[in-house]
Ligand binder design. Structure first.
Ligand code: CMP
Length: 156
């Protein structure tokens, strides 16, 4: 099983989409292993968005993301990074696939509601920026035996 980081951005919070987003991941069969509301510092945002540090929108992106609290989550599942990226949709809301979160609710590039880790290395780095080790939970999922076959859960 792998883990991935998700942020519901200020626009997602303001638009009341937290429940909708959590529900979509739950319905898919992903397991929530970390969840918190956080006001990200400039330092955290610089680390989070390090790959964009030379882009013209870096300053705007950080001040937008730091303008109010966001909701951070960690989701776990088989190929969780890829699965979550698919549910989130491509960056530009007005071109994102219908049925995805951005495709169903977004029109913008910057105000694209949600962030999802791009790969497993980013996921590990991003989780560590916002979550302490004691804020990630390992628990047995009651539904996992009907979400995955035994061999997918490593049981056989
Ligand atoms: P995300 O893919 O989560 O992470 C980088 C973010 O930068 C992206 O979402 C957008 O919110 C934002 N972004 C990307 N391109 C632009 C742009 N040209 N102008 C402003 N923000 C952008």
């Amino acid at each position: 099983m792998t883990r991935t980081a998700v942020l519901v951005k200020p626009d997602g919070l303001q638009r009341g989409l937290i429940g909708e987003i959590v529900s979509r991941f739950e319905r898919k069969g992903l397991k929530l292993v970390g969840l918190k509301m956080v006001a990200m510092t400039d330092r955290q945002l610089s680390d989070w968005y390090q790959e964009h540090k030379d882009k013209s929108f870096f300053g705007d992106l950080k001040s937008f993301m730091g303008s109010m609290p966001i909701v951070a989550m960690v989701w776990q599942g088989l190929d969780a990074v890829t699965v979550v990226r698919k549910l989130v949709g491509t960056t530009l809301g007005r071109e994102a696939e219908a049925g995805s979160i951005r495709g169903d609710f977004g029109m913008s590039q910057q105000y694209n509601l949600i962030h999802a880790s791009a790969n497993e290395d980013d996921a590990k780095r991003e989780v560590a920026i916002v979550f302490g080790k004691d804020e990630i939970f390992d628990y047995s999922g009651a539904m996992e035996c009907v979400i995955y076959a035994d061999y997918e859960r490593g049981e056989k």
